[in-house]
Write a protein that binds this ligand. Structure first.
Ligand code: PMP
Length: 390
């Protein structure tokens, strides 16, 4: 019988997507013993007890059905009050807020609801690894713009202007940034807003780390003059409230856009998990003190860790937010991937090579300092020994 080559059922678009570069390091690190991991991008705190309890109570009361597609109205009202109270942006809970399965789903929805085939979306890099692939899956074309360590990874408006074409639809910005920790100040946001207005762009503003700024109050992109009408604000509970496993986020946008996102959400997801939504109500009502406590703790660790990196010879700017340090490893002459692999194999410290975060990331490594002080001290000891041997 003639042998037929089996055809692939996987779509060409998906087949062409590169798997996330972070995964390989996680797999390698998890197969080893005694690893100090600075690799994962999540809080090292367990979700506050009162939040967990609110979820348990909802289960005891039997609230186990679907909620409204957009999420519990009570939760959307709390989100609207929270956004107004903390970030001075006003949204109608009935028409302009959607509860999602993490900020991840909100980014996906934002792109799928707005991108036409072939539209270009500017992605400011180094960035969270999902943006580019999600633009592609939405039928768009990601256009990376690399920021540099010399600028402390701040986006310069002229960099956006240089890549704008008549196909440019949107810009994805993230402040505080993963992986660089960079926070955009008011004047940075205003300068970007000028270009956005001039070229009639949409902004997808990933504000998942909004709770974690250490040196100044957070400014939402939607709060910048004239930006609310052209911004899709994406946020959630994973980082600030230490709730990564609950898979709960939200998005706020002008009604026309939000309703388009809701249309996809109702077919693809129905609604975010009910028990997680009850937990989130409690987080927004009574979680502020715990967030402040965690934030203080990250700040202390940031100060220690970044100062220590500089002392042992890895030059690192002081990140204003999130929980990542992004030191330069250029002086070692290794690529970021070589550095990360060698450091893991020789000293059992897991970090993420900067190259996986796109343009501008090569020459750096991402270290999450959401780890215990003892682990951070141990990591510094090992990295120092590693550098001395190089
Ligand atoms: N945006 C950024 C910048 C992130 O770092 C992450 C998580 N690593 C997400 C979005 C996704 O968060 P969530 O858990 O809410 O889906």
């Amino acid at each position: 019988m003639m042998q037929q080559t089996k055809k692939s059922y996987v779509s060409e678009t998906v087949a062409r997507l590169k798997p996330s570069g972070i995964r390989r390091f996680f797999d390698l690190a998890s197969s080893m013993e005694g690893v100090v991991s600075l690799g994962v991008g999540e809080p090292d705190f367990v979700t506050s007890w009162s939040i967990r309890e609110a979820s348990i109570l909802s289960l005891e009361q039997g609230y186990t059905s679907y909620t409204a597609n957009a999420g519990l109205l009570e939760l959307r009202q709390e989100i609207a009050a929270y956004l107004a109270r903390k970030f001075h942006v006003e949204y109608d809970p009935e028409a302009e807020i959607l509860v999602t399965v993490g900020a991840s789903q909100a980014i996906d929805l934002a792109l799928r609801a707005t991108v036409n085939p072939g539209d270009e979306v500017i992605v400011v890099e180094p960035s969270f690894v999902s943006y580019g692939p999600l633009v592609t899956l939405a039928g768009g074309v990601p256009v990376p713009v690399g920021t540099t360590g010399e600028d402390h990874f701040k986006l310069r408006p002229d960099q956006i202007e240089r890549v704008i074409t008549d196909r440019t639809k949107a810009l994805i910005v993230c402040s505080p940034n993963n992986p660089t920790g960079t926070v955009l100040h008011k004047e940075d946001l205003e300068a970007i807003a000028q270009i956005v207005k001039k070229h009639d762009l949409l902004v997808i503003s990933d504000e998942i780390y909004a709770e974690l700024t250490y040196d100044e109050p957070y400014i939402s992109f939607a709060a910048v003059d004239g930006m609310r009408e052209r911004t899709i604000l994406v946020s959630g509970f994973s980082k600030g409230f230490a709730m990564t496993g609950w898979r709960l986020g939200f998005t706020a946008a002008p009604a026309e856009i939000l309703q388009a996102m809701l249309k996809i959400h109702q077919y693809a997801i129905m609604c975010a998990p009910t028990m997680a939504q009850y937990a989130a109500i409690e987080a927004l009502r009574n979680g502020e003190q715990d967030v402040e406590y965690m934030k203080k703790s990250y700040r202390r660790r940031r100060n220690y860790f970044v100062q220590s990196l500089n002392e042992i010879g890895l030059s690192c700017h002081m990140p204003g937010g999130a929980f990542y340090a992004f030191p330069s490893i250029r002086a070692t002459g290794l690529t970021s991937e070589q550095f990360a692999e060698k450091l893991l194999l020789e000293e059992k410290v897991a970090v993420v090579p900067g190259s996986v975060f796109g343009a501008g990331g090569e020459g750096y490594i991402r270290c999450s300092y959401a780890s215990s002080m003892e682990q951070l001290q141990e990591a510094i000891k090992r990295i120092k020994r590693f550098l001395e041997r190089l």
